[in-house]
Design a binder for this molecule. Structure first.
Ligand code: ATP
Length: 297
């Protein structure tokens, strides 16, 4: 028997970053949105006495070779946390860009936790799964919850928020990823006097409740955009180009280097996709919000 769980990529509609805490983590006030790019994670039991096995495949735009297949893969780390020594075979079919600032690894971790729970019919309560997820990584709880949600702490304290929109995005991944810790280190260099409290998403929350794309576009905010563009200046050119082609607003997704463009409608996103495809190898469209990790079939 096997269980397949689908988990979505995330964007940060708002990413406020404060000065590093004593434990080294940056306090965040963020608004996540799950969008329609998915990783599918299939988990089955492996024969007793064997080791965990992992196979990773990817869509044409995904660098599956950049994903570790050893015990450091977050899906296997998730199983090591919860499986009490029994072995599993895992397949990950990736659509989410690797090291792209879209939390693909976190999606796989969340999917593995849920798949293990259902494979063994444990039916653990949500708060237990969320606590397991928070131990794996800051973005993993949101990957379970999905939709549109505010994240505080390191991002792991997640609270769903009102979102009356259907938001159309164009997504432009980069061929080479950016390291999230490197982008945070560069944020610290650029902002040695960052406030302890990260910026709050007050206007963004109001915009989400109206469902109005022009208003949301104005309220998008990412404190990691400046360090990401400083490390990769071509991201700034890409954002200008997408906005010139008709997107309401472009921004770096999380720590980058994927850039995302909010459009006024599905037709608008198709037009921006067509225009950017003339110059960029991989251009995708996606819609949000979509569900958190869930069983397929
Ligand atoms: P985030 O936005 O959460 O910081 P990201 O989207 O920038 O993350 P990921 O795709 O999650 O980046 O991967 C970051 C690194 O984690 C990869 O470079 C890879 O070495 C490692 N990794 C471990 N497990 C996975 C996985 N299942 N999928 C992708 N990367 C993984």
């Amino acid at each position: 028997m096997s269980v397949t769980v689908r988990a979505a990529a995330k964007l940060n509609l708002h990413l406020g970053v404060g000065a590093p805490r004593e434990d080294g983590f940056h306090p965040l006030d963020t608004v996540y949105q799950a969008i329609s790019l998915y990783d599918d994670v299939t988990v089955s039991e492996a024969p007793a006495g064997s080791a965990d096995e992992l196979v990773v495949t990817g869509s044409s735009h995904v660098d599956a070779a950049g994903v570790p297949t050893d015990a450091t893969n977050i899906a296997l780390r998730a199983l090591a946390e919860v499986a009490c020594g029994s072995a599993h075979a895992v397949q990950i079919a990736k659509q989410v860009p690797v090291a792209g600032g879209m939390a693909g690894g976190s999606a796989d971790g969340a999917a593995a936790l849920l798949a293990h729970d259902r494979l063994h019919d444990l039916r653990q309560p949500d708060d237990l799964l969320l606590a397991q997820a928070a131990r794996l990584g800051s973005d993993v709880p949101f990957s379970l919850v999905g939709g549109t949600a505010r994240g505080r702490g390191r991002g792991e304290v997640v609270e769903p928020i009102v979102d009356h929109g259907t938001w159309w995005w164009v997504v432009v991944p980069a061929a080479v990823g950016l390291s999230t810790p490197e982008v945070y280190r560069h944020f610290d260099r650029l902002h040695p006097d960052a406030p302890a409290q990260p910026a709050e998403p007050t206007e963004l929350l109001a915009a989400l409740a109206t469902g109005e794309p022009v208003r949301l576009a104005r309220a998008l905010h990412n404190d990691l955009q400046e360090p990401a563009i400083d490390l990769r200046p071509e991201l700034g050119d890409l954002i200008e180009r997408g906005e010139a082609e008709g997107a309401l607003r472009g921004m770096v997704s999380g720590s980058g280097p994927t850039c995302v463009f909010l459009c006024d409608s599905q037709e608008g996103s198709t037009e921006v996709l067509t225009a950017l495809s003339a110059s960029y190898d991989v251009v995708l469209t996606a819609v949000g919000p979509v569900a958190g990790a869930h069983l397929l079939g």
